[in-house]
Design a protein around this ligand. Structure first.
Ligand code: ARG
Length: 286
């Protein structure tokens, strides 16, 4: 992508984020009598639900150029967010932020929900609540194609540079599975992929579907052999603590999407879109 266009898009995104910053939302509030109100009520009163995402994770959520040349965010997390918004009868507002800022954004009231390929770990569950798991995934490694058979186990990654997204579960996996790991933590996954292509890191630990998608748009990369089973079962929606009505609504939507087969459709659609679309951020240093 040409620099000028990228800059325009980034400026547009920035403006969007700044505007969204003024949209009020709360982790849970009090009514005039001082009684606590479920966030569900607050969301319905303000007429919008603010969903936090780090849109650097195709096919979950990613920036791409649509048929009108516009930079938009797509992916199955976006479809889930839309379904939740329409079930609540409110407008969806996507609030982008770095992945490592998402968990604390919930109790801070900066976002109402987090939908960002997040694993509901015990550590995070001390700070926020999680919905039922909506997608089962495993973790794997992304490497340069010529290195595909070089790393047979995570232990074989000792002595090489390993990239992970800052604040992700993969950071923990790399620390526990790779002896004396030489870790490179970056806030944005697209930049990690650029570093891998440039030879600055040798492997990236990430969700396997994301690694597979990266290979589709970067044939010089490959999914490596080591695989790590996700202990939490997969990805879930993050919600500020003690909002049982909102949590129940979100679970209702997830269960319905599963039962009707719509979830599978969204996943398929996101995979097709990510494989064919012009994804923003993958081909140039940001
Ligand atoms: N599943 C991992 C985690 O929960 C990484 C998710 C990264 N998501 C993203 N949108 N970049 O920590």
């Amino acid at each position: 992508m040409k620099n000028g266009l990228l800059k325009k898009i980034m400026a547009g995104t920035l403006l969007g984020i700044m505007t969204m910053g003024f949209v009020g939302c709360g982790s849970s509030g009090n009514d005039s009598k001082g009684e606590s109100v479920d966030l569900l009520t607050t969301i319905q009163e303000k007429g919008k639900v603010v969903v936090g995402m780090s849109a650097d994770y195709a096919p979950y959520e990613f920036h791409y150029i649509d048929e009108n040349g516009k930079d938009v965010i797509g992916g199955f997390d976006v479809d889930i967010a839309n379904e939740i918004a329409s079930a609540l009868g409110v407008e969806l507002v996507i609030q982008e932020m770095d992945f490592d800022a998402l968990v604390s954004a919930l109790p801070a009231g900066k976002v109402d929900l987090v939908i960002s390929g997040m694993n509901p770990t015990e550590k995070r569950a001390k700070v926020v609540d999680f919905s039922d798991v909506y997608y089962n995934s495993q973790h794997g490694i992304l490497v340069r194609a010529e290195d595909k058979d070089k790393f047979k186990t995570f232990a074989d990654l000792e002595g090489v540079k390993v990239g992970v997204q800052l604040g992700s579960t993969q950071e923990e996996i790399a620390k526990t599975e790779i002896p004396n790991v030489d870790l490179q933590q970056l806030a944005n996954v697209n930049n990690l992929i650029l570093e891998l292509k440039a030879g600055k890191v040798d492997a990236i630990v990430m969700e396997k579907p994301v690694a597979e998608m990266a290979v589709k748009s970067n044939p010089e990369l490959a999914v490596g052999i080591p695989s790590y089973e996700e202990k939490t079962g997969g990805n879930a929606v993050g919600i500020a603590k003690n909002n049982p009505e909102l949590l129940a609504k979100v679970n209702e939507v997830i269960n319905e999407l599963n039962e009707t087969g719509k979830m599978d459709e969204y996943i398929l659609k996101a995979n097709e879109l990510a494989a064919t679309a012009d994804i923003v951020g993958e081909d140039e240093e940001e």
